[in-house]
Write a protein that binds this ligand. Structure first.
Ligand code: AR6
Length: 179
């Protein structure tokens, strides 16, 4: 599995799935969540409302992930995950690890070959970008080694991208990636 770090707008990526840094309501918000909903169009909000009416009546838990179609985006699916909110006292890195891991599990279940992540929790939710990058690369590498250890075609994932918006966050992710 290849890992790429690039600067840009997640909503423009032509990958199979992009990951949304959502909130538990799944009904939109600011940051990358707002950008994804704007670019995908109102059908995305309708799909999220449908999830809330059916399988997620209490909302999506922190660290969990769920997929919808991506509607007008170039991607095929949006995988919504809820990062921990440091401002609400959610400081356990295991919650963040779970976001990356669960998103990859959902992507693999969909048959996605490529998936693009933002810096989950590194914006409005107040986590330090370096810590997010460390958790993210660890989670992706351990997902990759556990799927190849199973020596099967369990996971079709070939490419994981990290798409960072700002110069600073891109520099931090590149630095952590290079070790
Ligand atoms: N492409 C890539 N990255 C982006 C984009 C974009 N178009 N827009 C912003 N970012 P945030 P969080 C970066 O705040 O911290 C929402 O209201 C941004 O610079 O989007 O997990 C949700 O509804 C930052 O580095 O997500 C939740 O309530 C990173 O994406 C809450 O914010 C994540 O910042 C989630 O907060």
């Amino acid at each position: 599995m290849r890992i790429d770090v690039l600067q840009g707008d997640l909503t423009k990526r032509s990958v199979d799935a992009i990951v949304n840094a959502a909130n538990s309501s799944l009904l939109g918000g600011g940051g990358v969540d707002g950008a994804i909903h704007r670019a995908a169009g109102g059908e995305l909000l309708e799909a999220c409302r449908e999830l809330r009416r059916t399988q997620l009546k209490d909302g999506l838990r922190v660290g969990s992930a769920v997929a919808t179609p991506a509607f007008r985006l170039p991607a095929r699916w949006v995988i919504h995950t809820v990062g921990p909110n440091r401002h609400a006292g959610q400081t356990d890195p295991a919650l963040l690890t779970s976001c990356f891991h669960q998103s990859l599990m959902v992507a693999a279940g969909l048959g996605a070959r490529s998936v693009a992540f933002p810096a989950i929790s590194a914006g409005i939710y107040g986590w330090d970008a370096r810590q997010v990058a460390e958790v993210a690369f660890d989670a992706v590498r351990s997902f990759s080694s556990s799927s190849s250890a199973r020596a099967s075609t369990d996971s079709p994932l070939e490419l994981v991208e990290f798409v960072l918006f700002s110069d600073d966050t891109t520099a931090v992710f590149r630095d952590v990636f290079r070790g």
